[in-house]
Structure formats: structure tokens, C-alpha cells
Design a protein around this ligand. Sequence first.
Ligand code: NAG
Ligand code: NAG
Length: 413
Amino acid sequence: MDRVVLKSIWPVIILVAAPWPSEVLGLNNGLALTPPMGWLHWERFMCQTDCKPNPVNCVSEQLFMQMADMMVSNGWLKAGYKYLCIDDCWMSIHRDENNKLQADSIRFPGGIKKLADYVHARGLLLGIYQDVGKQTCAGYPGSQGFYELDAQTFADWGVDLLKFDGCNYGTLDQLEDGYRRMSLALNRTGRNIVYSCEWPFYARHLTKVNYSEVAQYCNLWRNFDDIEDSWTSVKYVIDFTSALQDELVPVAGPGAWNDPDMLVIGNFGLSWDQQITQMALWSIMAAPLLMSNDLRDISPESKALLQNQEVIAINQDSLGVQGYRVLKVDSFELWEKPLSGRSLAVSVTNRKEIGGARFFQLSQSLLWKGLACKNKCYLTQLLPTRYEYGYFNATCSLPLLVNPSGTVLLKLE
Ligand SMILES: *[C@@H]1O[C@H](CO)[C@@H](O)[C@H](O)[C@H]1NC(C)=O
Ligand SMILES: *[C@@H]1O[C@H](CO)[C@@H](O)[C@H](O)[C@H]1NC(C)=O
């Protein structure tokens, strides 16, 4: 409890006007004050450990060095994506003679320290993966029994973010205790390490999750299954989040974020409209923006969408309020996210997957009453294309044409 402080002043404003009173009591390490942005290997590259048949795509230091180069040379770092994150399958199957973790010596011949140096030299930060249990999900040595040692090892290597999975945890007590202990162990190293948990995802099958507590120990946390490269998967995550929004929204804020998992934009499974929906909703949800795609081979359209500065600004807004679903009607979903300066981001998704584009009538009466621009808001459409509507009067109704499974994203200020 002594680690807890009120992290920001915004609840004072929001308590008056937002539908959820805030409880923001995040992990007090000064990190992730806006949702972390970067790249994570899992969804696209998974656990490909045999480099012989597929040297270009196996999980190896070469893959991460190439991604680091791409992040710098192709504008990703400049757009805000700064964490280059390793997921499962980087380790040797054995700890060393001192019980220390070690990277697979064939795929990471230079070790993690060298990779961290490479990444840092380019202005990026390095994320790594471990598991609270006896083994990782893919069967590599887990941290159970070694929390302090592993935290120190990561700090010594120069790691900047830890994704801590929850496979093979044992009992609920061991799971929860493990997540707390790793948080304290990371803190004791003295190094700034963002702590990404999967505590609620594993615990929710067994108990009612105390999100205030999770937020005290973790900077971000997963609530739901791994995302896949499909519209079905993206829809599930969106629906899961809105179904639980009364629980999830109040606990998000600077330093503490619900993590709906990776952006799969730029891969194979989403249509253009669905890519727009993922980008718009992840921004509205104040989600960590961790892409999993191949930055060496990505279409210019997907790249431009992922690097859209105005959309990223909604996600990164300093107020740190997680957006929420306001309305579900006639297979449309209306979401909003209060922004600093009492402006607002609004999205309308067409969830009818038959037929063509349909009109949704947007009126200000549907939206957040805390808007500063009461009767005259300047309205800009950011997605699917940029368009300035100009002033939007409180009595107006604006017809928005939305494609099936697509989204229109707007900003009112
Ligand atoms: C460790 O926790 C203390 C108390 O909450 C905090 O002031 C400090 O910044 C933390 N240090 C690190 C490195 O996370
Ligand atoms: C949830 O955790 C917080 C912080 O640790 C604690 O103050 C609160 O009593 C817990 N709530 C429940 C219902 O256990």
C-alpha cells in the first residue's frame, strides 16, 4: 500500500462529467504515462525456432535487428513506436549453472545484452518476455522460484519492458503472488522497466479480479485471449471490452492500461475497413499500440494508417481516459473518448456485415456532456479519410456513411 499514490489530477475534472468515476491508482514507477507503443513479435512470428527452413522469419537476433533498423529508417520511431519487444521462445531450454536465464545460443549468439545495446544505440527500447509460472507457454523455463534473479538479469541486460505471461502458474495464490513479487523485484533493480501483466486474463477464470490491485502492480495488463489475424478475433476483443467496460474503464489511466493485445494491421486477415476499425478502436480504448507485423514488408496504406499522427494523438492523449461504448443501435456502435481540453474523440462502427455502407445519424445529444464546446464544436473526420466538417451545432444531426465492418473516427474540439 505504501507504493500507491494518486497519479494525476484529472479525476478531479472527470468525476464531474464522465460516466465513470476514476480510481486511477497505477503502478508508481513513473512509466507508461501514455499507452506504450512499439512492436511485439508474437502474432506474426510466433514460436518459429527452426531457422534452417526459414532464416528470414525465425525468432532470432537477426529478426529483431532488422525490425530495429526498419523502426528507425521507416518513420516508426518518429511516429512514437519505440518499444521493440521479444515474446516467448527466445530462451535456452536450460538456465545456466548459476540458475540465470540465457538466450538460445544459436538464434541469439550475441545474447540479449548485445541486442539491447543495438536497440538502444538506435534510440529504441527493448522489451522481453517471461512467465510467472514454472514454464512459459511454449515450455521454456518460467520465473517461479526465481523472480528476484530474473528481474536482476533483465535489468543487467538493459531490458526496458517485461511482458509477464501466466502459463503453468500452479494455484491462484501462486499466480497472484508471483505477479506481485515480480513487480517488487523489478522495482528493486532500480531500472525503469515497464511491467506488462496477464494476471487478470488468467485469474478471471478462478476469481473476481480486483483491478485496483492489478493496476497498483502492473503498467498494463491483458484481459482476454491472444489476438489473431482475423476480423472474428478483433471483434471478440472489442465486444469483450465493451461488455466489461464498467469494470475496465475506471481503472485505466496514466501508468495503468487495459491491454486488448496487438495491432494486427498490415498482415493478411483484415480488410481495409477492418484495419481502420482496429486502429480507430484501439485509439479510443487507450490501448497499448504494439504492432505485430513484418515491418520489412508492409503496404504503404497500412503503414500510413499505423503512423497517422492525429489518430495516435487520440490514443496518447495526456488525460489517459479509456474510451467506452456509448450506444449500440441498429448494428451501429458509437464509442467516445474524452480528451484533454474537454474535447472528444468519437467513433461509429457499422457492425452489419451484409449489404453496403449505411448512414448513422450523429447528434451531439448522444455525446459526452462534459464537452467544452457546448454549442459549437469543430468537427474533423480522421478516418477513413481526413475531412473537416467545420462547426457542428448542438441541434445538428450529421449523417455519417459507414462501410460494413468499417469505422468513422471523428474529433470534436
Ligand atoms: C519503486 O517504487 C517507488 C515507490 O513506489 C517509486 O518511488 C520508485 O520510482 C520505483 N522505482 C522504480 C525503478 O520503479
Ligand atoms: C482491492 O485491492 C485494493 C488495493 O489493494 C484494496 O484496497 C481493496 O480492499 C481490494 N478490494 C477487494 C474487494 O478486495
